[in-house]
Design a binder for this molecule. Sequence first.
Ligand SMILES: C[S@@+](CC[C@H](N)C(=O)[O-])C[C@H]1O[C@@H](n2cnc3c(N)ncnc32)[C@H](O)[C@@H]1O
Length: 230
Amino acid sequence: MKSKKTYSTDYHDYVIKDGRLVGQFEEMYVHSAEVPWHQDSQSDWLDVRLGCELMADAAPFDFMLDFAMGLGYYVETLASRLGSSSTIVAGLDVSETACLRGKERFPRIRCDAFDLAVEPGSREVPPAAVLPEGTARPLYALRATIWYLVPFLEKAIANMAGAIRRGDFFLLSQNFPPLDSEFVGKEEIPGPERLLEYFSPHFEVERSMWVRHHLSRGNDNWLIARLRRR
Ligand SMILES: C[S@@+](CC[C@H](N)C(=O)[O-])C[C@H]1O[C@@H](n2cnc3c(N)ncnc32)[C@H](O)[C@@H]1O
């Protein structure tokens, strides 16, 4: 008799394990026993509040899109703080299950499954990321996702840039482990300045913040940057 395959219910097992990137996000959303990364309880995190402050003078935005929205909590938070009642809220994610669950939780979200690893220009921009007619002031965002994109970071950034018009805003928010520790992705991105350099062919940095947590050995140091599409 064939033995039934068992799946871990610990979301960490699908992300980074034993010092290497696993990156099985669809399986993670299907099998995880808890909300991965506790996305549902981050709306008051410092980086989220600071990101909103950084964008406040350019608000209200009438379209918001998170390029790796997970379950949609972050983009909904942005929309509630930087949007208006008519703001169109959208997201992409590599996981179909994340998109479906995000839509269940937040029915107004437009979401499509999309892998930022695809060859730039090889696919149509997914419908959720197409700027709807009549919207003029979009805000695009990517938060807490860079370490999963490292093996194809230039492609991922080109894919995001391909969906954004010249001059439009992009809010980048990324946490780092202590820079003096060993971490997956350090070779490519040893610190925040290097990450901004990856974006520089397509985006200009308007303002950025590097917020260190001096007492934590966790992923608690944040780069928050307000970029504009070149
Ligand atoms: C830590 S979660 C962040 C979710 C949300 N942005 C937030 O801040 O709450 C990272 C998300 O990136 C997605 N992701 C990972 N690799 C991706 C890829 N290649 N293309 C698109 N999304 C990806 C994962 O499925 C996951 O939902």
